[in-house]
Design a binder for this molecule. Structure first.
Ligand code: AMP
Length: 635
């Protein structure tokens, strides 16, 4: 039996053989001629010359052996719907959707923007897009019209796919209204919008000539067969936007062959789900976890995936465990925040169900605190696997790999580097490796393994500059996370090195939120910091300077302005980015060169020491932050 260390060593030092073996897990229409082309660092091209298709590998190739097996189980506790699609039925739906897109002129390399709630049609749209060799850009439904417009203008989609509405907690959330608004704001709106009408929002309007009804088109194309467009391995499969230090989100570009190989390998080496077994990932298709582990990895692997629309505590807090028991889920993937929500509920809800088929609960997206991990482990009696990755990587960077060796896990640690990743901890100023238990920047020596982002959409230079030029001395990929490694080789992730914050596992840029707040005409300046929160990990808190101080001179004035600021963020970015609190000051703490002292503000907001203040321009500014945080301040 190979062990983890030997396999990881082999993945780096006998790289081609390691990946060649894993590449055999997918179908290639034309075999690749070279495992890796790294002639233009840091751009890595995996499985050069190989032609394949994600949709063929996720659906068609399983039809001979598992046509009647469940591929996708859609469960909505919002609309009380449950539907299982076998591989055969999924193939029919996806072919039909591909025919619809093709009839609208979508072909190889075109973009399709998907702005959808968690419904099966979103999966059909994604798979249909890649079937045609086109590129999808799924935008999380929680983003507001202005953010959606920015993403439309960057991706320039030929077609958009949306629904009339989503549902959350029994309340309809309009999508189409937002799309209409985004299309008004966009400079490059798509010619056509396909709308899945769930009949949840009677007020949905249609623009003649632009808006098309999905059900009508589906009836027209029912039974269609659309051949897969074979694409070269490094051609893009999708774009997924993510936040960073600047206000402008980056389009993470993913390839085709490398992604398929990395995902299928991860199902075996990490998640331990065999073909025919069921995986339940509770994320949203708008995030990378949804792309990789609701849609692609389980289907590529010939497994069954569960797509869930609803809350974890509705109709009661036992719903997820009921699903696990009923569908004999083997591996579940969720977030620490979701588990913290469930931890507040009576454990009788989970004890009610037979969870004996559940082997692993994987958790990622944010730090997993020890009490939550312990609680989950004790009450579920399954292995809890903390693992670490990012939108950019597309699949785990640090994790236990129980499919290779069931190494013991330590609470608070996402264990070890995953095979294929040459992980280093580097000193941010010298670029040298740090010692045991020392804090360093979590970095990856390129070439990045298959599946990782290949560039920033439309901006190779930004890709190189952002990710590979921040550590002195060598071209190294920075994750922008701090971490340390203990004497046994276990990694501990210690938080971001940049201004990105993590709210309930969702990554938000403080610059983006600041720009949203500043869209309010009464705000002169603002600093947004992430403040520790027991449930969500972090929440954004804003300190704003108003143009006219008279506006916030009274408690009523403060309350009104605060509401307006929050509404502005809802409108510009989406409610997920809404600050948990907005404080008004007349001055923000900055260095003499004008840089915001976000870390000091954050420290004060968390009741910690603000640290080194020798560079501060005006110490009175920090005093104002302190005052604003007092419970007695004008609220
Ligand atoms: P995203 O790209 O939205 O998936 O966010 C990725 C970021 O989430 C990482 O850079 C980390 O800051 C954080 N993160 C993800 N997984 C973990 C984990 N297991 N422990 C600590 N932080 C994590």
């Amino acid at each position: 039996m190979p062990n983890y260390s030997e396999t990881h060593h082999r993945s780096l030092h006998n790289r081609d053989a390691f990946w060649r073996e894993r590449a055999a897990l997918i179908d290639w229409e034309t075999p690749f001629t070279q495992v890796l082309d790294y002639s233009r660092p840091p751009f890595a091209r995996w499985f050069v010359g190989g032609r394949t298709n994600l949709c063929h590998n996720a659906i068609d190739r399983h039809l001979a052996t598992r046509a009647d097996q469940a591929a996708l189980i859609f469960i909505s506790t919002e609309t009380d719907q449950r539907r299982t699609y076998s591989y055969r039925e999924l193939a029919a739906e996806v072919n039909c959707f591909a025919a619809i897109l093709s009839a609208q002129g979508v072909g190889k390399g075109d973009r399709v923007l998907i702005y959808m709630p968690m419904i099966a049609e979103a999966v059909f749209a994604m798979l249909a897009t890649v079937r045609l060799g086109a590129i999808h850009s799924v935008v999380f439904g929680g983003f507001a019209a202005a953010s959606l417009a920015t993403r439309i203008d960057d991706a320039k989609p030929a077609v958009m796919v949306t629904a009339d509405a989503g549902m959350r907690g029994g309340k309809a959330i309009p999508y189409k209204h937002l799309v209409d608004e985004a299309l008004r704001l966009a400079v490059h709106p798509p010619a056509k919008v396909i709308i899945v009408d769930r009949k949840l929002d009677a007020g949905t309007s249609r623009v003649a000539g632009r808006d098309l009804d999905y059900a009508t088109l589906a009836a027209r194309h029912e039974g269609a067969r659309v051949p897969c467009a074979w694409v070269e391995s490094s051609e893009p499969s999708y774009i997924l936007y993510t936040s960073g230090t600047t206000g402008k989100p980056k389009g993470v570009q993913r390839d085709t062959g490398g992604y398929a190989v990395a995902l299928i390998a991860s199902m075996r080496d990490i998640f331990c789900v065999a073909p025919g077994e069921t995986m339940f990932t509770t994320s949203d298709i708008g995030w990378v976890v949804g792309h990789s582990y609701i849609v692609y990895a389980p289907l590529l692997n010939g497994s069954t995936t569960i797509m869930y629309e609803g809350l974890p505590i509705r109709p009661d807090p036992g719903i997820w465990w009921q699903i696990v028991a009923e569908h004999k889920v083997r591996t579940m993937f969720s977030s620490p925040t979701a588990i913290r929500v469930l931890k507040k509920q009576d454990t009788a809800y989970m004890k009610k169900y037979d969870l004996s088929g559940l082997k692993y609960l994987f958790l990622a997206g944010e730090p997993l605190d020890e009490p939550t991990a312990r609680w989950a482990s004790d009450s579920l009696g399954v292995a809890i696997v903390d693992h670490y990755w990012q939108t950019e990587s597309g699949w785990p960077i640090l994790s236990a790999s129980p499919g290779i060796e069931d190494t013991p896990r330590k609470f608070g640690s996402p264990s070890f580097p995953v095979c294929g990743y040459d992980v280093r901890l580097l000193d941010e100023t010298t670029g040298d490796e740090v010692g045991t238990d020392d804090k360093g920047v979590l970095a990856i020596m390129p070439p990045l393994p298959p599946g990782c982002m290949t560039t920033v959409w439309g901006d190779d230079e930004r890709f190189v500059k952002t990710y590979f030029e921040t550590i002195p001395g060598k071209m190294t990929y920075s994750t922008f996370d701090w971490a340390k490694r203990d004497a046994d080789g276990y990694y501990f992730v210690l938080g971001r090195t940049d201004d990105v914050i993590n709210v309930a596992g969702h990554r938000l840029g403080t610059r983006e939120i600041e720009e949203a707040v500043q869209a309010h005409p009464g705000i002169a300046e603002v600093a947004v910091v992430g403040v520790a929160d027991q449930l969500k990990g972090q929440i954004p808190v804003a300190f704003a300077v108003v143009k006219d101080p008279a506006k916030v001179a009274t408690a009523e004035g403060v309350a009104a302005m605060r509401r307006q600021v929050m509404d502005t963020v809802d409108r510009e970015l989406g409610a997920i980015a809404r600050p948990g609190a907005v404080h008004f000051v007349t001055l923000l703490p900055k260095t003499r060169s004008g840089k915001l002292l976000r870390r000091s503000i954050q420290a004060l907001a968390e009741g910690r020491d603000p640290g080194d203040l020798t560079t501060i321009e005006d110490p009175g500014a920090l005093e104002q932050i302190r005052q604003a945080l007092q419970p007695t301040a004008v609220k």
